[in-house]
Every structure is written in structure tokens, then in C-alpha cells.
Design a protein. Sequence first.
Length: 186
Amino acid sequence: MLDVLRNNIKTLISAIEDCRDRKQILPCLTLIYCGIDIVASLEKNKGEGTASAFQRWTNNYLLPEKIFGCSSKDLYGARCGVVHTFSSASDYSRIGKARQIIYAWGKASANDLQRIAKTIKRNDIVIHLDELITSYKNGVNNFFSELSKDPERVKMVTNNAGLWFTNMDISKVKNALNIFDNLPDT
């Protein structure tokens, strides 16, 4: 099961990087934040909300304060803004629970954008897209590395994962159909 999960996340990361390379920034951000949701959901406690699981995973694996100078609430607010409205604004930012995040990408400098935000008296956080992608990839690698050493966590993740989609060669489907077609009638 862990191999299927890891392979699906690898293909997601490949899609994230492909979007970045094609300068499809909003789809890239959407995939990153959905990717965080997906991995965070694997250790979601019964009755726990998405926001709590997302923030716990980002605190444990993205280290937002150390890397980006923001909180996990800021990232959750950014996730809500991007995923729901393709913007930096969210309910979290509107009620003051989170600062808005804006993104530098390509050759743009996060520091330059931060200076502009400060000059126009905005309290936005600026993150370079490449740093967010790298942080997500490192977080996923650390997550799976830790997970593989803890059978109890593996059990929880396997239960929470349920049935994930996986790529399957058409020959496997045809082999399964052949077996089913040749079963004796009961």
C-alpha cells in the first residue's frame, strides 16, 4: 500500500513541476495545496477537520515558520484562497486568522516582492514557488521515511488511505478478466 501511495504522490509532484515549467502557476499552487491535503489526510484522526490535519502536517513537515516565515494557519488560509477562489484571500485572512501569501516564481525575487508589499503597507508573506515545491517534496520524503519505521502509523495510514487510484497496465486487467471468465459457475 505504501508503494502505491508513494507512487501516486510522485506523479503528483511531477504534475506540479510540469505546471511550474509551463508557467501555469495557479494550477501548480492548487496541486501543491491539494497534495498537502492528501498527505495530511493519511494521518487524520477520527473527527478531525481538514484545517487541523493540514496545519499539523505543515508544522511537522514543511516547517513554515523556519522556511517561509509564516505559520501553518497562514498556509492553510493560502490553501483555501487558491483552491476555492484562485486568489490569496480566504476566510482565514478576512477574519485575521492568517496573513495572505503571494508568490514569486521563475526569476522573480521573493525579497523584491516583499519590499513592494511592505512599501504599500501590506502585511503579505511572499514565498517563491520553487521553495514551496522543494519544501513539499522534502516534507513528503521525510513523511514516508518516518512512516516506514513505525508500524502503528503505517496501519493508521493504510486505514485512512482506503482505496487509492493506481495506474495499472492493461495486460493486468485482461489477465484478471481471463481468470474471471474461466471460473466455474457456482
